[in-house]
Design a protein around this ligand. Structure first.
Ligand code: G3H
Ligand code: ZN
Length: 283
């Protein structure tokens, strides 16, 4: 069933595993991720950025597509459709009214007072609809939907005020992670993560899940991280496979013959992440 993230993240936090957010880019991603979740008996979060939502034809199209697939597959595991890096109250409201079950309001590029103000407004609307809310403090490095940013570590007191004043369901404190591929090893602020967890007591979210070594994933989970976002790694797996098939068979033109193997590559990548995050068999 389609549900908010609230319960799945609290269960993850209490039982020492994280639920993966896997981003949708088109139909094939929705197919691969829903199939992986059902096979693994894992809760799952389908992340939709504003850019990807637009690419797929709008938030309503995304919700209809996911609902229809879930019905066709007979999906039994909990699934959340989540707006990833929502840029404004209006975009979050649009997603909520289209039927998203969860939204992220990313006010991290604004001063903390403004971040708190917009997050609070989103929480008020979202909670009326039973929709969960994620907020971000500090900034994730790398590129997201064409916007390139630097790394800024989340400030403990800002995290505390934001959670207390807004009532968000989970918090993404940026602590050195990067969107896209890492240049070398990531350097995550685990000491800060622990302090933030103790101060806020809501499930934490780790962005930029691509390329983080297993030991760091495990450490983050042990420090209250109950949601890990992965996008680039699925895209790399898909592109690599499609490229290989087209190179091997230059006369191939039926999309089912080259996209099909790409979809299988996404599915296997997602299954690997679910096992690594410990969410398999938790649905
Ligand atoms: O919000 C989405 C993510 O943080 C994805 O990051 O593309 O590095 O896996 P990634
Ligand atoms: Zn992100």
């Amino acid at each position: 069933p389609l549900v908010s993230m609230k319960e799945m993240l609290e269960k993850g936090k209490d039982n020492g595993y994280a639920v993966g957010q896997f981003n949708l880019n088109n139909l094939e991603y929705a197919q691969a991720i829903l199939q992986a979740a059902e096979e693994e008996k894992s809760p799952v979060i389908l992340g939709v950025s504003e850019g990807a939502g637009k690419y797929m034809g709008g938030f309503n199209v995304v919700v209809s597509m996911v609902e229809a697939l879930m019905e066709s597959y007979g999906t039994t595991v909990p699934v959340a459709i989540h707006l990833d890096h929502g840029s404004s109250f209006e975009k979050c409201a649009q997603a909520i009214h289209a039927g998203f079950t969860s939204v992220m309001i990313d006010g991290s590029h604004h001063p903390i007072e403004e971040n708190i103000e917009v997050t609070k407004k989103v929480v008020e609307l979202a909670h009326i609809h039973g929709v969960s809310v994620e907020a971000e403090v500090g900034t994730v490095g790398g590129e997201e939907d064409g916007v390139i940013g630097g790394i800024n570590y989340a400030d403990l007191n800002e995290c505390k005020s934001l959670v207390q004043e807004t009532g968000v369901d989970c918090l993404a404190p940026a602590l050195g992670s990067v969107h896209g591929e890492y240049q070398g090893e990531p350097n995550l602020g685990f000491k800060e993560m622990e302090e933030i967890l103790n101060a806020v007591n809501v499930p934490l979210v780790l962005h930029g899940g691509t390329g983080i070594p297993t030991k760091d994933i495990q450490k983050a989970i042990s420090l209250g991280t109950a949601k890990i976002n992965v996008n680039t790694e699925n895209q790399l797996a898909q592109a690599k496979t499609v490229r290989k098939v087209l190179e091997e068979k230059p006369n191939l033109y039926d999309p089912r013959k080259y996209l099909g193997p790409g979809t299988e590559a996404i599915k296997q990548t997602v299954i690997g992440k679910m096992r690594e995050f410990g969410s398999s068999n938790q649905a």
